[in-house]
Design a protein around this ligand. Structure first.
Ligand SMILES: O=C(O)[C@H](O)[C@@H](O)[C@H](O)[C@H](O)CO
Ligand SMILES: [Zn+2]
Length: 298
């Protein structure tokens, strides 16, 4: 089988992000951060349903109790899809009014991890060291794990739940921490992969069923597959647009890689050259598989 890249949701997302395969609905959930939208797209029917948010929305994930948990502006919010109403669960970064949530993901125990960053002037141009990494527990208590983050981004856990992988984009690297699944605490930060020439800025990422990381390369026009144990890149898959923001496995047996992209910050000339910028792509024939996403437990 050969690798095939298809544009499946031809949308001009400003910053398409945070794809999550929703098993129950057999749909792809993703956000447009600065477009202030949460989309749910069903590949079988090609129907897209959208919720509009008031502020920038960093992520949206399903909850065990039904509905969704979102990171909007500086709040964790509960979204009821039917009524499209959002209520506040917890506030973060209350001393940093210029901050907002960026990427978030649920750990294998059902806790939500998400990071913050300062508002960008232009893509990747922002006040540095303003972000932090937080988690939200079942009882809605918030833990701050560390601060001094430039641009909090991709995150995921190893299959044995003993390692947490994390990207602060402007370090141009993928880092790892020891992970204690019982307490949700992290320790022993170290670098596992340094981006190479042409790979751009590391953005969102996901783990596959072989414990490998698929990393979206912003301004790199590709996703790369990294072996985090060996610290090497195993594969590169090129896409027809430069601003690749995140990826997740979904579809039948989790063998399709869905990839989001952005068009914010592109000139008209660049847009004309990359008319699919901001779309969602599907990569098939990789021979790799993902794992189901975890719903938030609270
Ligand atoms: O998608 C994200 O995570 C950020 O919110 C974006 O603004 C860009 O990807 C970032 O500028 C690239 O580093
Ligand atoms: Zn991102």
């Amino acid at each position: 089988m050969s690798v095939k890249v298809e544009c499946v949701v031809k949308d001009r997302c400003e910053i398409g992000e945070g794809p999550v395969w929703e098993e129950k609905k057999q749909s792809l959930l993703f956000v447009d951060i600065s477009g202030k939208k949460i989309h749910s797209w069903n590949p079988a029917t090609n129907q897209k349903d959208t919720v509009i948010t008031e502020k920038f929305v960093g992520f949206a994930v399903p909850r065990q109790s039904g509905c969704y948990l979102i990171g909007e502006g500086r709040r964790f919010g509960a979204l009821d899809w039917e009524s499209k109403s959002i209520s506040t669960i917890a506030l973060i970064d209350e001393d940093k009014p210029n901050n907002r949530f960026n990427d978030g993901k649920v750990d294998p125990a059902g806790r939500l991890f998400a990071g913050t960053m300062a508002m960008e002037e232009r893509p990747a141009v922002l006040e540095l060291k303003q972000g932090s990494l937080f988690s939200l527990n079942k009882d809605h208590s918030v833990v701050k794990h560390f601060d001094q983050v430039d641009l909090s981004n991709g995150l995921d856990w190893s299959l044995d739940h003993k390692t947490f992988y994390y990207i602060d984009s402007l370090t141009y690297s993928v880092e790892a921490f020891n992970y204690d699944i019982n307490s949700g605490s992290i320790s022993n930060r170290r670098m596992v992969y340094k981006m190479e020439e042409g790979e751009g800025i590391p953005d969102g990422m996901c783990i596959d069923a072989d414990d490998r990381l698929w990393v979206a390369c912003y301004n790199g026009g590709r996703v790369i597959c990294v072996d985090p144990q060996k610290g090497v890149r195993l594969r590169t898959v090129k896409l027809p647009v430069d601003k690749i923001t995140s990826c997740c496995f979904g579809g039948k047996e989790y063998s399709d890689l869905y990839v989001t992209s952005a068009c914010m910050g592109m000139s008209e000339a660049e847009m004309a050259k990359q008319p699919q910028a901001g779309s969602v792509f599907k990569i098939t024939g990789l021979g790799a598989k993902g794992i189901p996403s975890n719903p938030f437990c609270g």
